[in-house]
Design a protein. Structure first.
Length: 306
């Protein structure tokens, strides 16, 4: 398996390092407009492969023709959030970058599965899908998996259960209007709503929603280790054809009562990418929140006039 990672910054390089250490692909190509930085990181990660005794070949390239035959292409190119910025503030800048990157993927890796990581995630997943012309199964937005990991951490912080006993689910946009779903989150086999009071539940939900912003505030840039871990889980599920269910941004065509929008919902991930959308039966409150989430994304799509 050949994986290309476009953008060798914090998220791209962390993904490359973690993926290389897993020894599940034959080649990883790093691409960045800052060529020497990408080469330097690729050399460092290659040396980590030597230390681990891993045979994955890691190298950097600045010519897009070298991404040909990639099975998976991960897009992390773009600018990250700075303190005080929302993911939406990145819209125009990152949309331009993603458009140029998508043209190259379409040209040189037309059979690949694309994983979009750059923000604002759902809008950029939509842009990538439309500009690439790929089937919707081959364009996956990685956002809900990260938010679900943050919810799991918030449950641990609040209730003390280990992450191995927690199965969290966050759907909707990878942004302020995300939906941490207590009704579909299970802790030690029990529903989260059953084992927590209203105040704790509210804390968990708020902590999940602000999990990314807190890192930006303290670190001065956005998160990269947990995003990289989430991308690696997705790549592993594709390479091993696992058919596991993860919340990812995908194009809705009538599912959840919505159309022509990419948004996070539970999907089955296997060798073909997104193989199925799972439809949850949302109650009235959840459905309304989901519609709010859809509208927030559509507003940004309209700004771009895609
Ligand atoms: N082609 C290739 N690489 C590019 C391009 C481009 N057209 N434009 C920018 N880049 C590169 C930058 O040179 C930089 O190395 O993308 C990289 C982004 O890395 P960082 O600035 O470290 O940002 P990072 O934290 O990795 O976040 C990247 O992922 O999680 C999202 O919100 C985040 O949109 C942001 C993206």
């Amino acid at each position: 398996m050949k994986v290309t990672i476009i953008g060798a910054g914090n998220v791209g390089a962390s993904t490359c390092f973690l993926l290389a250490s897993k020894n599940i692909c034959s080649e990883i190509v790093l691409i960045d407009i800052v060529e020497d930085m990408a080469i330097g990181k690729a050399i460092d990660i290659s040396q980590s492969c030597s230390a681990f005794g891993v045979d994955t070949l890691v190298y950097a390239q600045n010519e897009y023709s070298k991404i040909s035959n990639s099975d998976i292409v991960v897009i992390t190119a773009g600018v990250p959030r700075k303190p005080g910025m929302s993911r939406e503030d990145l819209l125009q800048t990152n949309a331009k970058i993603i458009s140029s990157v998508t043209d190259e993927i379409k040209k040189y890796a037309p059979n690949s599965i694309i994983i979009v990581v750059s923000n604002p995630l759902d809008v950029l997943t939509y842009v990538t899908l439309k500009l690439s012309g790929f089937e919707k199964s081959r364009v996956i937005g990685m956002g809900g998996m990260l938010d679900s990991a943050r919810m799991t951490q918030a449950i641990f912080d609040e209730l003390g259960y280990p992450s191995s006993k927690i199965n969290s689910l966050v759907i909707g946009t990878h942004g302020e209007e995300m939906l941490p779903l207590a009704r579909f989150t299970f802790v030690d086999g029990k529903n989260l709503e059953e084992i927590t009071d209203k105040a704790s539940l509210e804390k968990i939900i708020q902590k999940t929603k602000s999990g990314g912003a807190e890192i930006v505030k303290r670190l001065g840039t956005s998160a990269y280790y947990a995003p990289a871990a989430s991308v690696c889980i997705l790549i592993d599920a594709i390479i091993k054809d696992k058919k596991t269910i993860h919340p990812c941004s995908t194009l809705l065509q009538g599912e959840y009562g919505s159309n022509d929008v990419c948004i996070g919902v539970p999907v089955v991930i296997g060798k073909n990418g997104i193989e199925k959308i799972e439809e949850l039966s949302l109650n009235d409150k959840e459905s309304q929140e989901f519609i709010d989430s859809v509208n927030a994304i559509k507003k940004m799509i309209n700004i771009l006039k895609i």
